[in-house]
Design a protein around this ligand. Structure first.
Ligand SMILES: Cc1cc2nc3c(=O)[nH]c(=O)nc-3n(C[C@H](O)[C@H](O)[C@H](O)COP(=O)(O)O)c2cc1C
Length: 336
């Protein structure tokens, strides 16, 4: 059965790219889309920044036609500012607006935004209602299981937010206190999905990092789709690998070394196109280690890549790597 968010048709069991600050920008989204992400989100954007017209927040509203369907994710602590941010974001032309009620980091959660709303469901409901009223687009929410082990209240959250009009809910199977520690527990997510009162799609999130796990958790937890974050960093092939495994029960071949270089180069080119030569080159540095994770004897090249200052230098290095017989048939020692 096809999954619908408002009138957006996501097909059967969609795989979503998670919003990730400083990662899921347009260049990264480009390579993930190429490799099978069914829906994507921007990095979270501060409602205060949008209202102040802060350049950094505004820039994050950039979206492109080929990215559709795409959601803009906003966060904040002030209900009226979130309503305004919802309207401002809608003008950028996304397919939906997503609210972040999951961010655990101190300078978000301790300032009354992100996961901290899990401690005040009445306020969360009022904020969600304001965001829904602020836009003509479908509104979705991303959150966690609860604040801590003693307050796993996401089931109540799901029902109450559905009542005020959200069109889908993604749940990361950790509490705020867990941050990213321990392992994600999807059992509560499954309970919510199986609750007959729930009519909206429920997406599971947290720790999906292989086709086997995706297939096993799909069966076990019965969710409507999955959101994938960290496993896609430097490995956008995760989407197509999971899809292939669902369809055939077989593993798709791992990307060749040439494909890794190609994806890395595309990411770099898109990064420069969108950020300009200086920032584009600089911010790409955090990605090289991921694209070549587990490749033996790669350190020397990694050092070269992260110290090169221009696109031309990087092109030379990538082409040297491409033609180095040492990497003719490299085997990654890391299983994804
Ligand atoms: C670097 C990084 C940045 C993140 N930024 C955001 C964000 O902006 N908005 C959000 O809702 N979640 C954010 N998250 C959480 C992810 O969306 C996701 O919920 C989490 O990583 C668990 O999924 P995974 O195990 O597939 O990575 C971030 C995670 C990481 C690792």
């Amino acid at each position: 059965m096809s999954v619908q968010i408002g009138n957006i048709d996501l097909g059967e069991f969609p795989l979503l790219l998670a919003p990730m600050e400083d990662v899921s920008d347009p260049p990264f989204r480009y390579v993930c889309k190429q490799h099978g992400a069914d829906m994507m989100y921007t990095e979270f954007i501060s409602s205060e920044g949008l209202i102040r017209d802060a350049a950094k927040s505004r820039k994050k509203l950039d979206i492109f036609e080929y990215e559709r369907p795409i959601g803009i994710q906003i966060f904040g602590s002030d209900i009226e500012h979130m309503r305004e941010a919802s309207a401002i974001s809608s003008q950028a032309g996304p397919d939906l607006i997503d609210i972040n009620y999951g961010c655990p980091v101190k300078n978000v959660a301790c300032r009354g935004a992100g996961a901290s709303l899990l401690q005040d469901i009445d306020k969360m409901v009022a904020m969600t209602k304001a965001v829904v009223e602020g836009t003509h687009l479908p509104v979705t929410v991303k959150t966690r299981l609860g604040w801590d082990d003693n307050t796993k209240n996401v089931h109540e959250v799901a029902l109450r937010l559905q009542d005020v009009g959200i069109k889908a809910l993604t749940i990361h199977g950790r509490t705020r206190s867990q941050m990213y520690k321990g392992s994600a527990d999807w059992s509560l997510i499954s309970d919510i999905r199986r609750d007959p009162r729930i009519e909206i799609p429920i997406f599971g999130n947290g720790d999906i990092d292989s086709p086997e796990k995706a297939a096993a958790w799909r069966m076990e937890y019965g969710v409507d789709g999955m959101m994938i974050g960290r496993a896609a960093i430097g490995y956008p092939w995760i989407f197509r690998e999971i899809k292939h495994f669902f369809k055939t029960g077989q593993h798709l071949d791992k990307p060749t070394f040439a494909e890794r270089i190609d994806a890395c180069r595309t990411h770099l080119v898109k990064s420069i196109e969108w950020k300009g030569p200086k920032t584009g080159v600089f911010e790409m540095r955090r990605h090289y280690a991921n694209y070549f994770k587990g490749i033996e004897n790669f350190k020397e090249y990694r050092m070269k890549l992260v110290t090169a200052g221009t696109f031309e230098e990087l092109e030379d290095i990538l082409s040297e790597i491409e033609h180095n017989p040492r990497f003719d048939n490299p085997v990654s020692t890391v299983e994804i």
